[in-house]
Design a protein around this ligand. Structure first.
Ligand SMILES: [Cu+2]
Length: 147
């Protein structure tokens, strides 16, 4: 009985250990904002969480030629967007990309972003321990975020 329990505990520790240090990034609540006709750029939002310190260093998508990481801040009553070199993720902490804040900017759209369609993103991460990760996600196009 006791031995059984020890084995179970060890197994559990092994499982949680192996799922811990792999540097996988969990992407949740991702959506791309639908564009209006003639709009040349789009924006994508999501939540990112990693089990180790990492940085989002590059992004590609299949709906536009270029993807930039942007921040949005209010300066003297004017909203300003700034291109970022990377977005740092702290281990175990969720980073929100949301309207009015951090976002992915889709530059030079190949076609309008229409509700019901989706955009595939490739996210490149450079981890604090020197390793690299790539995550590919397919994200729905919506007019706003819905649970
Ligand atoms: Cu932007």
């Amino acid at each position: 009985m006791l031995l059984n329990r020890i084995v179970t505990v060890c197994l559990f520790a092994l499982i949680s250990l192996s799922s811990y240090a792999d540097g996988n990034v969990i992407v949740s609540k991702a959506w791309v904002k639908a564009t209006v006709p003639g709009q040349p750029v789009g924006a994508a939002y999501m939540r990112l969480q990693s089990d180790i310190d990492t940085k989002l260093v590059a992004v590609e998508n299949d709906a536009s030629d270029k993807t930039e990481m942007h921040s949005m801040t209010m300066n003297d009553g004017v909203m300003q967007m700034r291109a970022l070199e990377n977005i740092a993720l702290v281990a175990g902490k969720q980073t929100k990309l949301e309207p009015g804040g951090l976002h992915l900017m889709l530059l030079s759209l190949k076609k309008p972003l229409q509700v019901g369609e989706s955009v595939t993103f490739t996210l490149h991460f450079k981890n604090g321990n020197g390793s690299e990760n790539t995550t590919r996600i397919t994200v729905p196009i919506q007019t706003s975020y819905t649970e």
